[in-house]
Design a protein around this ligand. Structure first.
Ligand code: BG6
Length: 512
């Protein structure tokens, strides 16, 4: 129909490009995207629908091809058919024009190949060269590892053996996108970093954390660094505490096998939540470019106060939802945590003594992600109904759903006397006339296509975050049941988590 999104957008065609501060545009090079593990869930749920959105918005390079590679035996046509269904039936389904989906899928090809078998990489090389020749592509390739993590080492090694890790021409390049989990502790993350960096240059490695692709997460930076009013207050003198929450209503579903080995700490805290904390806490970079920006993130992680055994018991609450042990592929005596609440301290001049409380869990009463900055209260209570205690004013950055930013403050109730009511000033993303919020993968894929790694994790940041988390994981492995709580599905999690919010008297003079 004439009202499909696809047709409406086709009329305004900005090609894939980044606009810099000086107004210069950088255009995307023609290129090939090779997806390993292409018959899997991620490709259907996220990658192809996101690429289709980019196509609809005319943001893909002028010459662009996708090669899906995995073991399932599909022809190009069969693979396209699978993806067509996935795009048209996706939960975020929009009134897509099926013909437009068909045109997009002509850019998509498939190679049925066993990525665990080195001998098959010759076949991959041939297919890549054939696609490049047929479509006038220079030797520019993004490899996307959408495979199980066990393949993160073997695929790059096999690519290197075929010489596929280096471009054949001067204008060519390589990039590799690695999905999480990136390692399962400091040692494995280091080993993987070491291996990848022996095969690709650091600037070619894109470690994805889809939270950084969320529009509302990026907005934390704009809110903080494009407005003069927040910065003077954004420190330990005015902020009482910061809460970062990412809760979910669903359980582990079909991912029991992965999840039971990972747990909420590896699945959510070490990456997504710590990245959110870094965005809320970092200093402004000297310029908004990948390296200066990522330098500031590393500094936050390096300033985190290490967890001593005493702090682990006091400042971290881990719990499991009742019924988790009966989930598919979960061990019946599993001690894996599905909920974590923990108190971080960033020991630097800006944040010394301000707790950062992080919460995440599955099967809770609501799905929401948000950052709440709680400001200190007035020293005096003049009015009835005026709030007291540690935090009255709060700035809430709602990441999802109901994406918004709101500032809470006290206001006089109309009428006689002076009675205070807490109200809020709200901005909601859906009030924007152009309120399209791109999916995180859409943004991150486009950035990789353009060669912008600002929103991808750098190896030093990753290692610095593991360094903090590692001792906790070891402590838990040594004492699997100690302190493990249980909570009822659909609840707010274990009550003990609330205790973390109480002010801590021993703050700065702790004997670490
Ligand atoms: C993923 C985790 O990285 O993030 C999942 O592996 C989790 O367990 C998901 O459900 C949450 O992402 P979002 O975007 O729905 O908040």
């Amino acid at each position: 129909s004439s009202t499909t999104i696809g047709q409406a957008k086709a009329a305004t065609p900005p090609r894939a490009a980044i606009t810099f501060k000086n107004g210069m545009m950088k255009k995307a090079d023609n290129q090939l995207l090779v997806i390993f593990g292409a018959s899997g869930d991620l490709t259907k749920r996220k990658l192809l629908p996101s690429l289709f959105e980019l196509y609809v918005r005319n943001l893909l390079p002028e010459k662009f091809r996708v090669l899906g590679a995995s073991r399932t035996a599909f022809t190009d046509e069969e693979f396209r058919e699978e993806q067509r269904k996935a795009i048209l039936d996706s939960p975020e389904a929009k009134p897509y024009d099926p013909e437009q989906v068909g045109r997009f899928l002509q850019l998509v090809h498939y190679l049925s190949f066993d990525s665990t078998n080195e001998a098959e990489y010759g076949k991959l090389k041939e297919r890549i060269e054939q696609l490049q020749q047929q479509n006038g592509l220079d030797d520019r390739i993004i490899y996307y590892l959408a495979t199980p993590p066990v393949m993160y080492e073997s695929v790059p090694v096999s690519l290197q053996k075929q010489g596929l890790n280096k471009p054949r021409t001067r204008e060519g390049w390589r990039r590799i996108i690695v999905e999480k989990p990136f390692g399962s502790d400091l040692e494995t993350a280091r080993r993987l970093n070491g291996l990848l960096r022996g095969i690709f240059a650091e600037r070619e490695i894109y470690r994805i954390d889809h939270y950084l692709g969320k529009e509302t997460v990026q907005n934390i930076l704009v809110l903080r660094f494009s407005n003069g009013i927040f910065e003077p207050l954004w420190n330990r003198n005015y902020i009482d505490r910061v809460e970062i929450r990412a809760t979910e209503t669903l359980g582990v579903g079909n991912r029991g096998k992965y999840y039971d080995g990972a747990g909420a700490m590896r699945d959510m805290v070490q990456n997504h939540l710590m990245q959110l904390m870094a965005f809320a806490a970092m200093e402004a970079p000297a310029v908004f470019e990948p390296e200066p920006m990522r330098d500031e993130i590393v500094k936050v992680f390096r300033s985190l106060r290490p967890y001593t055994a005493q702090r682990m018991d006091r400042d971290i609450v881990r719990a499991q939802y009742r019924g988790y042990r009966e989930e598919k592929d979960v061990s019946p005596d599993s001690t894996t945590e599905t909920f974590v609440a923990m108190k971080f301290y960033i020991d630097n001049w800006r944040w010394g003594g301000v707790p950062f409380l992080l919460y995440t869990g599955k099967k809770l009463d609501r799905k929401e992600s948000e950052i709440v900055i709680r400001f200190k209260s007035t020293p005096q209570r003049l009015f009835a109904g005026q709030c007291s205690g540690s935090s009255c004013n709060k700035l809430t950055i709602r990441i999802q759903p109901d994406e918004s930013v709101s500032l809470g403050f006290g206001l006089k109730m109309p009428g006689a006397g002076f009675r205070v009511k807490q109200v809020s000033m709200d901005f909601r993303y859906d009030s924007l006339s152009h309120n399209y919020l791109p999916d995180a993968y859409e943004r991150l894929l486009l950035d990789a296509i353009l060669g912008d790694s600002t929103l991808y994790a750098r190896s030093d940041a990753l290692e610095a975050s593991w360094k903090i988390i590692d001792p906790v994981l070891r402590h838990w492995a040594e004492h699997p049941s100690r302190g493990l709580r249980f909570y009822t599905p659909g609840s707010q999690g274990p009550e003990e988590a609330l205790a973390l919010e109480r002010p801590d008297d021993s703050l700065l003079c702790e004997e670490n």
